[in-house]
Design a protein around this ligand. Structure first.
Ligand code: ADP
Length: 403
């Protein structure tokens, strides 16, 4: 089945055209600066043809039409007619408590998605524009929504997702833990279970999705029992520019001292803290690591906070699951930064975790997924490249095939 996977951001639209039967990506691309001016970069991965153009994109409907024109192009396109695109799968950041699995788009589903706006205003608005863009351009093509929160909300127990604030905050405003990156945690834990023999029952896995935003999940029997991101993606370990978990009393304290209004405090915690705020170098770990190597003390501190944070989550999730079989690293930092994997897992032998320094240093030269555990390590440690788009394409195929 030819499935178009769409990831609509506030001013961007990323897409991939999958042939799910052959298991290949046929084309991919990115529309940027939607609503500002507009630019597309499209790649036909079968022929290698690339198309790049600055072109007016006042909204997502126009951007979707431009994507379809690119896919239909005789020169660099992949299909002869729109009918060849049999389904569209959308990445949706927040499904609230309404969606704990992927769903086919209906009017009722769209109405429920509207109710998630409050929880992730920028993302949900962009997703709805992306969906409407596809509906306008391909009115007869079935569409599927795949939620980043669903893998978490499907199985987390209430004592892991209810915050110890007054219960009416949960009842009135749905203040609870939702988590994020669920599609990635689902993919890499699924791949890990395959490596363990294919049976989910009895497995205890900690998945570390470490990117610009980072989250760590405890996956027991193939299901999430806890995850580090919370009501919003601000909770958890230190991130590129997000502070992660801090004493909540720090928030009103800083607001008062620095005279920061509530409207700006969120921006401060999301954009000016984390690796950037501590190192005062960059939110990008590559720059931070370069500064560490050059002897910058604050950069070293940011790196130490990151490794220590990951270690604490792994330890607490091993406690939550009553054991640990595997630790999985994925995403930009998890897949590419041996110093973080080594730093986080240093002196974890009491838990049965020992990595092979040679393998850890050479992950990029070894075939993926890569087992970096030392011989005799009771816990397996894997580096597994994530593939959220593949999960979206296969969920879409499954739901549309059943129509
Ligand atoms: P996002 O959360 O925006 O999807 P990524 O998963 O791409 O982000 O992760 C971004 C982080 O990963 C940055 O801190 C960056 O330094 C690091 N990173 C990404 N790619 C690489 C790479 N090839 N080598 C080293 N670090 C990388």
């Amino acid at each position: 089945m030819n499935v178009l996977v769409v990831n609509a951001g506030s001013s961007s639209l990323k897409y991939q055209l999958f042939d799910t039967t052959a298991g290949v990506v046929r084309a991919k691309g990115l529309c940027e600066r939607i609503g500002i001016d507009g630019k597309i970069k499209h790649q036909n991965l079968e022929t290698g043809a690339v198309y790049e153009k600055e072109i007016a994109m006042p909204n997502h409907t126009v951007a979707t039409k431009i994507v379809i024109d690119a896919l239909l192009s005789a020169e660099y396109g992949s299909v002869k007619s729109m009918d060849e695109i049999e389904a569209v799968g959308h990445r949706i950041v927040h499904g609230g408590a309404y969606f704990s699995e992927s769903v086919l788009l209906t009017d009722e589903v769209l109405a429920k998605l509207e109710l998630c706006r409050d929880l992730a205003p920028l993302h949900t608005g962009a997703h709805i524009m992306g969906i409407q863009g596809c509906l306008a351009a391909m009115p007869k093509t079935p569409q599927v929504l795949v939620f980043d929160t669903a893998f978490h909300t499907a199985s987390m127990p209430d004592y892991a997702y209810v915050y110890p604030v007054s219960y009416d905050m949960y009842e009135k405003y749905a203040v609870r833990r939702y988590g994020a990156h669920g599609t990635s945690h689902r993919y890499v834990s699924g791949e890990c279970i395959k490596l363990l023999g294919g049976k989910a029952e009895g497995t205890k896995i900690v998945t570390c999705h470490l990117g610009n935003g980072s989250s760590i999940s405890a996956v027991k029997d193939g299901k999430v029992i806890d995850t580090s991101m919370g009501f919003t993606p601000l909770e958890g370990i230190i991130m590129g520019s997000r502070c992660g978990s801090i004493d909540p009393a720090i928030v009103p304290f800083i607001m008062e001292k620095e005279n920061i209004p509530a409207s700006e405090m969120g921006n401060f915690m999301n954009k000016q803290c984390g690796l950037l705020g501590v190192s005062e170098v960059s939110s990008d770990l590559r720059d931070v690591m370069a500064a560490v190597r050059a002897g910058n003390k604050q950069a070293k501190l940011a790196y130490d906070i990151l490794c220590y944070g990951i270690k604490k989550y792994i330890g607490s999730y091993a406690a939550a699951m009553n054991g640990l079989d595997c630790v999985v690293f994925t995403a930009g930092i998890g897949e590419n930064t041996p110093e973080v994997r080594a730093g986080a897992l240093e002196e974890m032998d009491y838990l049965g975790i020992r990595i092979d320094p040679e393998k850890n240093a050479n992950v990029k030269k070894l075939p993926a997924p890569c087992d970096i555990s030392a011989d005799g390590s009771r816990v397996r440690v894997y580096v597994i490249p994530t593939n959220e788009e593949l999960v979206i394409a296969s969920d879409t195929e499954k739901l549309v095939s059943a129509l």
